[in-house]
Design a protein around this ligand. Structure first.
Ligand SMILES: Nc1ncnc2c1ncn2[C@@H]1O[C@H](COP(=O)(O)OP(=O)(O)O)[C@@H](O)[C@H]1O
Ligand SMILES: O=C(OP(=O)(O)O)[C@H](O)COP(=O)(O)O
Length: 401
């Protein structure tokens, strides 16, 4: 696995009284009323924060939430404060920005063991541009940099990569370390047959990753929103389903490549379609090749679930990223829940099951099967990039061990 072999750990840093800038990934799903629907990422961030508090550090937490373009109230981190405070057992303070005078003042007031949460770093466009001046401003807030945001380690942004250039020491948090140890370890030499299940809606991100997975896996199962790009590439009508027109050629190439490499590529043969994108939509099951105009595919059908489960029965390692359908709507959660149950059953039989991605993890949590899986990763894109053998910028930027 071509990622940095070992990064400097939190345990090596001098923390007493130090201001520690901790990049966490608290990009959790929120419902329309801004309630947290899955707090996995918040809970996963707790061990590092607790360790820092126990060692007398002054903790500054930074994260993004969603993909806001500028300051957007619905992406404020305010709804996260109560849960974070509850999990840490202290009152977490929050700043209205992540840089500037007011933030500097609040940082100066953090007591030893105290925690200050900065506002969404993506409210500044400089974050995603990895602007050096912005990174310097973030760095100037602290004495030590800890990156525990595994879920965002594949982004070379100011708070995940740039800041490490200006703030030393720069070390990995416990979550980052655990994810790297597990994912690199488990997939460098997977027990075979090795299957990947890829779904979800981030088509443009994932379709490229599939190409690399074809080099490693024996079985590749596709579901979720991305399948319609493949169907369209095959000349099927897809109604109003999600399609990325500029990825049609790539979809065809991938199907040919799978054939040439002897990878068993499974696309759903039937889909659950809806007359609108809503929980109360009318729905029916149709063959994947006959989606009528005006309808959109929102889940995989029963025949596909059966075929997928039979294929999974033959495996020894399975990695799953992205739900099979719009699982947030009960009617279209069947495929995702069936896969979750299958993987839980396989884990009990000694198969290594790795789940990655905010929404896939949320789906597994929803059916209460998270503790049955071998490893639940807090990063979807990040875990896939690791699988691809890519270097993660957020890891590369940290000090060597
Ligand atoms: N057929 C589909 N059409 C539209 N959206 C879909 C479809 N299937 C799944 N999704 C959506 O994909 C989203 C998750 O995608 P993604 O972010 O790529 O997954 P993850 O977070 O697990 O990596 C979910 O909100 C789900 O509703
Ligand atoms: O949710 C995330 O990614 P994931 O859905 O691939 O797990 C991370 O927080 C990164 O978010 P981004 O894909 O907006 O950079």
């Amino acid at each position: 696995m071509a990622t940095k072999k070992s990064v400097s750990s939190l345990k090596e840093a001098d923390l007493k009284g130090k201001r520690v800038f901790v990049r966490v990934d608290l990009n959790v799903p929120l419902d329309d009323n801004l309630n947290i629907t899955d707090d996995t990422r918040i809970r996963a961030a707790v061990p590092t924060i607790k360790y820092l508090r126990d060692h007398g550090a002054r903790v500054i937490l930074a994260t993004h939430l969603g993909r806001p373009k500028g300051v957007t109230p619905k992406y404020s981190l305010k709804p996260l404060v109560p849960r974070l405070s509850e999990l840490l057992g202290i009152e977490v303070k929050m700043a209205n920005d992540c840089i500037g005078e007011e933030v500097e003042k609040l940082v100066a007031e953090i007591p030893e063991g105290g925690v200050l949460l900065l506002e969404n770093v993506r409210f500044h466009k400089e974050e995603e541009k990895n602007d050096p001046e912005f990174a310097k401003k973030l760095a100037s807030l602290a004495d030590v940099y800890v990156n525990d945001a595994f879920g965002t380690a594949h982004r070379a942004h100011a708070s995940t990569e740039g800041v490490a250039k200006y703030l030393k020491p720069s070390v990995a948090g416990f979550l980052m370390q655990k994810e790297l140890d597990y994912l690199v370890g488990a997939v460098a030499n997977p027990k075979k047959p090795f299957a990947a299940i890829v779904g979800g809606s981030k088509v443009s991100t994932k379709i490229g990753v599939i190409e690399s997975l074809l080099e490693k896996v024996d079985i590749l199962i596709l579901g979720g929103g991305m399948i319609f790009t493949f169907y369209k590439a095959q000349g099927h009508s897809v109604g109003s389903s999600l399609v990325e027109e500029d990825k049609l050629d790539l979809a065809n190439t991938l199907m040919e490549k799978a054939k040439a490499k002897g990878v068993f590529l499974l696309l759903p043969t039937d889909v659950v379609i809806a007359d609108k994108f809503a929980a109360d939509a009318n729905s029916k099951v149709v063959p994947a090749s006959s989606i009528p105009d005006g309808w959109l595919g929102l889940d995989v059908g029963p025949d596909s679930i059966q075929t997928f489960c039979e294929a999974l029965d033959t495996t020894k390692t399975v990695i799953w990223n992205g739900p099979m359908g719009v699982f947030e709507f009960e009617k279209f959660a069947v495929g995702t829940e069936a896969i979750a149950k299958k993987l839980a059953e396989l884990s009990g039989k000694g198969v290594t099951t790795i789940i990655g991605g905010g929404d896939s993890v949320a789906a597994v949590e929803k059916v209460g099967l998270a503790d049955k899986m071998s490893h639940i990763s807090t990063g979807g894109g990040a875990s896939l990039e690791l699988l691809e053998g890519k270097q993660l910028p957020g890891v590369l930027a940290l000090d060597d061990a």
